[in-house]
Design a protein around this ligand. Structure first.
Ligand code: PLP
Length: 390
């Protein structure tokens, strides 16, 4: 269903999306109402006043960062999280002036760009503090920063024993305005998140020890898994990505919070071929027809994020009926055995999403591909046009 009450930006995206989708014959559908419902469900599970950072890095996990960022802010997210300065600058150029935090470490060469764009920077060392302070002073600007502490993930973050001194320095700085202290879970999605609980205890102890000025500094550690499974980790803000897009951090296991996937993938059949027993399909001739059948060609391949590992294993919904992918998924095309179903070229099929009581999920693809739903989602955003639904 498409609603008419849209911003000019959304209208433009929708118009562009429709044109691109019909030219391409395959497209991602992104349900922005679903996104807002997911965010509302997440917010209902938080204590009043707990903020939400919408994590929109990697082009919002393939969903399109600008549209997702706008919709998330309209649904009460207070912050946006990106991985790189370029991602943050793109959002600024789209007209958003809400807080955008760069969650990753910023190369020295990008610091001035981040400052000019008014992005919040993640700080994890004295060296970085000096560098950012010097560059900001040279530009005559102040910068908002977030101190990140390693509590067990051993990626970005100063060590806990370094944090009190770094925080004291930041609190006194006239150039760097510290707005938060954070850490990141490595295992909160596991069934027995003991390591996450240990990380949480370390973080909690540290923030108590530092004795932060009340209400001024946001304490945050929870990702989607923390937000859902570890209420004690919510502190002042949760940073949610996967759950906002409607996926459980525990893969196929449903989440206790009602989440609905917001992404679908559709394609129009490019060609239907009648074949007889013995006809083989695709590179390597890995599938051969055992009897006469009809094969539908879809204009989607691994360059669109359809994993090659779905060759001879995945299924597509044709008129709501699961039909097998046959032969190898190639870069731009995939063949499906539709049997006697009387489909015609131009008919729409569903590669991801639900139809009646049948569905093909990102989680199923991830399982077949031996990966996680995050990787599937990010891969899908690369080439396919997007249609946004409201
Ligand atoms: C620092 C940080 N916070 C939060 C998130 C969001 O994680 P999730 O998508 O599991 O909610 C990420 C994503 O990897 C991240 O890197």
């Amino acid at each position: 269903m498409i609603e008419t009450n849209r911003t000019a930006y959304q209208r433009a995206v929708l118009k562009g999306g429709m044109e691109a989708a019909s030219m391409r014959g395959a497209w991602l559908g992104v349900d922005l109402v679903g996104l807002q419902e997911n965010l509302k469900a997440i917010k209902r599970s938080l204590a009043p006043g707990t903020r939400v950072m919408a994590v929109v890095k990697a082009d919002a996990y393939g969903h399109g960062a600008q549209a997702i960022a706008q919709a998330a802010l309209q649904s009460g997210a207070s912050h946006l999280g990106v991985a790189t300065v370029e991602e943050g600058m793109k959002l600024r150029r789209s007209g958003l002036d809400e807080p955008i935090m760069v969650l990753g470490l910023v190369p020295d060469a990008a610091i001035s760009h981040a400052i000019e764009a008014g992005l919040q920077l993640t700080i994890s060392s004295g060296r970085q503090i000096q560098m950012v302070e010097r560059i900001a002073a040279g530009l005559g600007k102040t910068v908002e920063v977030n101190l990140k502490v390693n509590t067990g993930m051993t990626r970005v973050g100063c060590e806990p024993h370094e944090a009190p001194a770094l925080m004291q320095y930041l609190l006194a700085s006239q150039i760097l305005h510290v707005i938060g202290i954070s850490s990141h879970f490595g295992t909160a999605e596991g069934k027995l998140p003991v390591d996450a609980e240990a990380q949480l205890a370390k973080f909690d102890k540290l923030v108590r020890r530092i004795g932060l000025p009340p209400g001024q500094i946001l304490r945050h550690i929870a990702n989607s898994a923390g937000a859902i499974y570890l209420p004690a980790s919510h502190f002042d803000m949760v940073r949610v990505g996967l759950a906002m897009y409607g996926h459980s951090p525990r893969g196929p296991e449903p989440s206790p919070i009602q989440l609905t996937p917001i992404l679908s993938l559709r394609a129009r059949i490019a060609q239907v071929k009648e074949v007889h027993a013995g006809a083989s399909v695709g590179y390597g001739a890995t599938w051969t027809a055992k009897q006469s059948t009809r094969l539908a060609l879809l204009p989607v391949g691994y360059a669109d994020g359809l994993p090659r590992s779905l060759s001879n294993r995945g299924q597509v919904l044709v008129r709501g009926t699961p039909c097998p992918i046959v032969g190898r998924v190639s870069m731009d095309q995939t063949v499906v055995d539709v049997g006697r179903t009387p489909v015609e070229p131009g008919e729409e099929v569903l590669l991801l999403g639900g139809h009646g009581d049948q569905s093909v999920s990102v989680e199923r693809w991830a399982e077949l591909d031996g990966t996680i739903s995050y990787e599937i989602l990010c891969g899908l955003g690369q080439r396919l046009p997007k249609m946004y639904y409201r």
